[in-house]
Design a protein around this ligand. Structure first.
Ligand SMILES: Nc1ncnc2c1ncn2[C@@H]1O[C@H](COP(=O)(O)OP(=O)(O)OP(=O)(O)O)[C@@H](O)[C@H]1O
Ligand SMILES: [Mg+2]
Length: 365
């Protein structure tokens, strides 16, 4: 089960810089000219979780395997992209299948770094990009509805559902509202996600500030925060440039560097966690002498489904899950302590896994 975030924004706002920092590589070319990125960059990122390190320490696990998230960095969009301005919007196809959008906004002043519209104004930039995403969605909605006409005549139930959802999206988009404002009934959620509308995905605004503003933000990021709150979206403040530098350092050096800047943790950790929250994801753990490992599930996942994340056979042959809550595992100093204290529960098929559960699955093959 992979979770993917697509990175969007105007050209030259720091998308590739952020991508490189996240993936700790220089895989994406980042440079001070618009449309530097053409081909998309795809990279996997560890989801930082201090609990995993703690569990590994207690259990003496030889290796630690964090769970992962995927980021996709694409070409910048400009006003009129849907009509072919700049590089056009063809690259949006690369993020259709992502689960959420990280929208990078330039919140740093630097006369040496070109802004495609000649001024730093992140709220206006956000509107420009959102408009282009809405136009791209509108185009795809219209195309798809046209493609459904024949099936609808044949009383195809799935087609009818799709058309109903597309019509709702179209109505919102035509009023200048993103598709995420459409209220979707629980029984339609699966079909809705399959429409892969860009403005239907949850969005996280990334305020890219200068080094000096990394700890407390600035007037630009404050304006973004206000906009995000009004929309019901989240935001994080990060200096992509500094994060890229930190990501190249050894852990102890990085810690010193962060301290000097007044930061408690890398901004990237906050960003990844915010993405995780945005997607309503949770983590459970498997812990043993060989490895301590984190696994990603959606909130509300049943024990057999959670087992299925490790292997399909675990789900099919699921018998029960020996379960210890994270806090109990720590307080009782490990599995045997938790067992003695009666904190190890045996949970069946109906159990909903909770964030932080330490699980051991029993299954038939
Ligand atoms: N926080 C920051 N402060 C100052 N300069 C920055 C910051 N973040 C990025 N930059 C600089 O901005 C320039 C553009 O960065 P980058 O190439 O990452 O942008 P991009 O959004 O990927 O652009 P494109 O859409 O053209 O691919 C680079 O020179 C980079 O060093
Ligand atoms: Mg780029």
């Amino acid at each position: 089960m992979g979770f993917k975030m697509g990175i969007v924004g105007l050209p030259n706002v720091g998308k590739s810089t952020l991508f490189n920092a996240l993936t700790r590589t220089a895989a994406a070319q980042a440079a001070n000219f618009p449309f530097c990125t053409i081909e998309p960059n795809v990279g996997e990122v560890n989801v930082p979780d201090a609990r995993l390190d703690m569990l590994a320490k207690i259990a003496g696990s030889k290796s630690i395997i964090p769970t992962r998230m995927t980021f996709v960095d694409i070409a910048g969009l400009v006003k009129g992209a849907s009509k072919g301005e700049g590089l056009g919007n063809q690259f949006l196809a690369n993020i259709r299948e992502t689960d959420a959008i990280a929208h990078v906004l330039r919140c740093f002043e630097d006369d040496d770094v070109t802004h495609v519209e000649g001024r730093v104004s992140p709220v206006a930039d956000a509107e420009t990009i959102e408009t282009e995403l809405m136009l791209a969605d509108l185009e795809s909605v219209e195309k798809r509805r046209a493609g459904l006409v024949r099936k609808l005549k044949g009383n195809d139930k799935d087609a009818a559902q799709q058309d109903r959802l597309l019509a709702a999206a179209q109505a919102a988009l035509e009023e200048g509202q993103p598709a995420r404002t459409v209220k979707v009934d629980p029984e339609d959620i699966r079909a809705w996600k399959l429409l892969q509308l860009l403005t239907g995905k949850p969005v996280l605004y990334v305020c890219n500030v200068s080094e000096a503003d990394a700890a407390s933000g600035n007037a630009h990021s404050a304006a973004v925060a206000e906009m995000a709150a009004a929309q019901g979206n989240s935001h994080v403040i990060i200096s992509a440039q500094i994060e890229e530098e930190i990501s190249q350092l050894e852990d102890d050096e990085a810690e010193m560097f962060l301290g000097e800047m007044g930061l408690e943790e890398p901004g990237l950790d906050r960003l990844i966690r915010a993405g995780y929250e945005l997607l309503h994801l949770e983590t459970y753990f498997t812990v043993g002498p060989k490895e301590a490992r984190a696994w990603t599930i959606r909130q509300g996942t049943s024990a057999p489904q959670a087992a299925g994340v490790i292997h399909g056979d675990f789900e099919k042959g699921f018998i029960r899950a020996e379960t210890i809550a994270y806090d109990d595992f720590v307080t009782c100093k490990g599995e045997s302590g938790a067992k003695e204290a009666g904190k190890m529960r045996s949970e069946g098929k109906a159990y909903t896994v909770k964030d932080g559960d330490v699980l051991h699955f029993l299954f038939n093959t």
